[in-house]
Write a protein that binds this ligand. Structure first.
Ligand code: HEC
Ligand SMILES: [Cu+2]
Length: 313
């Protein structure tokens, strides 16, 4: 299969990123030329023995030049900053609901899990024209998810879920790289992103062998790790019922409130003493040395599935 070239602009953001890069290059070249020309001119003009006028500039001129170039560069830098931040930010407010896909990086492969439980390795099938929201984590070292044709790149860290959004706009097959040196076989940690028509993607997803979905794995862990011993509504231990928690506001001890998102649930499992739910004793043990990253993902998926409107995506 032919793989689209790296310079293809295959996502909604690609054009903006390229323009950003071009303008930055032009600005850098212009500054480089200006400085270099001035160096040359001054070298010649003030060479030893020339009778160019030397001595201090008039006070007023010194102040104006100083203020002028300082203000100029500040505005230029602020503009570049705003511009670079505005482009990805515009993607956040996509009207269509984003397709949430989990990515697990490990030495040395990319594992992918689609919302219906379909899994694949080192390939990522996507529908064209649909915003994609990746939730990524690493099982070992730091990797970096990089699809040049989308101009999309993000470090993938252990013990944390990082998010990346983009909107594929071209049908085709594109390169996927790991862009962080992650060990001996780092250079082989590559894959393909296959962007298909929406119907084709839906069909592809349905015919994948349905492995146990994350949530089902999570449910099994929830029992085998003993979470249900406390959290089961019928349990004698006074612990919160986790049904309907995900995506909703939780009252914490001390009057704070948080929204129970992925990070909150992750922290609840690894650092239970960090946020104590109001009205409960801090008796939950930390599971930080018990569960690995993959298992945490499954537990989170399970807890999310207990809030029906959240698991719909
Ligand atoms: C010894 C009993 C006990 C065990 C075992 C236990 N928990 Fe908890 N858990 C609690 C209690 C009590 C709280 C509320 C106090 C707090 O926030 O620490 C809680 C809070 C939580 C919360 C936050 C709930 C909310 O309403 O905001 C989550 C999520 C959670 N536990 C998940 C788990 C998972 C997953 C496991 C298994 C890996 C587990 N718990 C094992 C007792 C337990
Ligand atoms: Cu890697």
């Amino acid at each position: 299969m032919e793989i689209g070239n790296l310079f293809a602009e295959a996502s909604q953001n690609a054009g903006v990123v390229d323009l950003d890069f071009l303008v930055l290059t032009i600005i850098s070249m212009a500054i480089f030329l200006l400085v270099f020309t001035l160096v040359l001119v001054f070298c010649i003009r003030y060479r030893r023995g020339s009778n160019a006028k030397r001595g201090r500039l008039p006070e007023i001129m010194r102040r104006e030049i100083e203020a002028g170039w300082t203000a100029g560069t500040v505005f230029l830098a602020l503009f570049i900053f705003w511009w670079a931040v505005a482009a990805p930010a515009a993607l956040q407010g996509q009207p269509a609901p984003a397709l949430k896909i989990h990515i697990y990086a490990k030495q040395w492969m990319w594992q992918v899990e689609h919302p219906n439980g379909a899994r694949e390795i080192n390939t990522l099938h996507l529908p064209v024209g649909t915003p994609v929201h990746l939730l990524m984590t690493s099982q070992d070292v730091i990797h970096s998810f990089y699809v040049p044709a989308f101009r999309a790149k993000h470090d993938v860290l252990p013990d944390r879920i990082v998010e990346l959004e983009f909107l594929p706009t071209k049908i085709g097959t594109f390169h996927l790289f790991c862009a962080e040196f992650c060990g001996t076989a780092h250079s082989q940690m590559t894959g393909q992103v296959i962007v298909m028509r929406q119907e084709d993607y839906a069909h592809w997803r349905e015919v994948q062998p349905q492995s146990e979905t994350l949530a089902a794995e999570g449910a099994a862990l929830f029992h085998s790790l003993g979470c249900s011993g406390c959290h089961d509504p019928a349990s004698a231990v006074h612990a919160p019922d986790l049904r309907g928690v995900f995506g909703h506001i939780v009252q914490l001890q001390g009057g704070r409130q948080v929204v129970a998102d992925e990070a909150y649930v992750r922290d609840s499992i690894l650092l239970p003493d960090k946020d104590i739910v109001a009205g409960f004793a801090p008796i939950m043990p930390s599971f930080s040395n018990v569960v690995n990253n993959g298992q945490i993902e499954s537990l989170i998926a399970y807890i999310r599935s207990l809030s029906p409107q959240e698991s719909a995506q």
